[in-house]
Design a protein around this ligand. Structure first.
Ligand SMILES: *Cc1c(COP(=O)(O)O)cnc(C)c1O
Length: 376
């Protein structure tokens, strides 16, 4: 099997699995327990908090553990909305956000908030000027993703952060795809809130974190016990958290090496695609883009059939994004960048990881060639 779908999820690093094992077996204590057995678990959790904080230039007590990226997005948006609703009820976001943000915005609209969904240009980038024009007296939050999960485009987060700061508006970014693929510094980018998810960077599913800048008192999101400074009650996912801490420190240590390797693979894949399928169309900016993403459209083809045949060849890629796997309509992201009618349905997303090889890319290209020739 060849796995080219790292934007959907990543394999758990073997070192992460090893690090987690004791917490699934012998070290089962509740970290809220006062005896040493419990405090040992708490210490390991605090260590993970520190490891993660360090990777984004934050302080350990600015990291809140969640059950993943979607929950972190929900907390950031709903929490800010609740906290600031007396000040205003207007939120600015983009048209190409992940459903974790988009659906939460729709939920808030039903509760009387107004949302501006900024368009993107044909490269898939939000315009900071348009964003500034959209700011109103009652704007309380700007939420723009760091990198898009379908086309991999990077948003001008630094510029948006400056605009948010200038107008004293809180700034959230969904960094689930960018984390560990881009160097992120929350202070340099003037970020107040940032979401990330463990399973996108070598930790297991069901654990993530929300960075909340010091001094921002988001209301409790899950009500109950005193965990996570009373903002997110419930006994912590100790093993997942410890694993996520380990994955973040492994990712940090190997950052340059992985980045270089993945970028080289991606450029090779891009060249091969353009060479073998001169008629194909690569979507999204090639400059402001994640190292691991190719989103490519083939004219007058159906992605669903491509995926099926590639699957039979043992290749895992995605159509648009995994979240759309069951939805026959072209994705909102491809629509937002105006992929032409004859291309939009023939779009697949290939997202690479550091464990992929040139040989796998060659095999993939060979399979794709046979499949596409078969259609002609
Ligand atoms: C995967 C993803 C999420 C959701 O994270 P989960 O941990 O799966 O809930 C949110 N935003 C983006 C950009 C993603 O790629």
């Amino acid at each position: 099997m060849i796995y080219f779908d790292h934007a959907a999820t990543t394999p758990v690093y073997p070192e992460v699995f090893e690090e987690m094992k004791p917490f699934l077996k012998d070290c089962y204590a509740n970290p809220s327990s006062s005896y040493e057995f419990g405090q040992d678990a708490k210490e390991m959790m605090d260590r993970a908090r520190g490891q993660i904080a360090k990777t984004i230039g934050a302080k350990a007590d600015e990291i809140y553990f969640t059950a993943g990226g979607t929950e972190a997005d929900n907390q950031a948006l709903i929490g800010t909305a609740e906290m600031l609703q007396k000040k205003g009820r207007h939120i600015i976001t983009s048209m190409i956000e992940h459903p974790g943000v988009l659906k939460t915005c729709e939920y808030l609209e039903k509760r009387g908030f107004q949302i501006t969904y900024l368009p993107v240009d044909e490269e898939g980038i939000v315009s900071p000027e348009k964003l500034e024009e959209a700011i109103r007296e009652d704007t309380i939050l700007i939420s723009v993703m760091y990198a898009n999960n379908e086309i991999g485009t990077l948003q001008p987060i630094g510029r948006i952060g400056e605009i948010a700061k200038k107008h004293q508006i809180l700034f959230h970014t969904d960094a689930v795809q960018a984390y560990m693929h881009e160097k992120i510094d929350v202070n340099e980018k003037k970020l107040d809130l940032l979401s990330a998810s463990g399973h996108k960077f070598g930790a297991p599913k069901g654990v993530g974190f929300l960075y909340v800048k010091d001094g921002i008192m988001l209301p409790a999101f899950v009500h109950g016990g005193e965990q996570e400074k009373q903002r997110r009650a419930g006994t912590e996912n100790v093993a997942g958290i410890v694993g996520m801490g380990k994955a973040s420190s492994i990712g940090e240590k190997n950052f340059e090496k992985n980045h270089k390797k993945i970028l080289k693979l991606r450029e090779y894949l891009k060249e091969k695609l353009l060479e073998e399928f001169p008629d194909c169309r690569i979507n999204g900016s090639m400059e402001a883009r994640l190292d691991n993403n190719i989103n490519v459209s083939f004219r007058n083809l159906e992605a669903a059939s491509l995926l099926l045949l590639l699957d039979m060849d043992g290749v895992c890629v995605s159509g648009g994004s995994a979240c759309h796997a069951k939805n026959p309509n072209p994705s909102h992201v491809l629509q937002a960048i105006h992929v032409p009618e004859e291309y939009i349905r023939g779009t697949i997303r290939i997202t690479l990881g550091a464990e992929n090889t040139i040989g796998e890319i060659n095999y993939f290209i060979r399979c794709l060639k046979e499949i596409i020739l078969g259609f002609l």
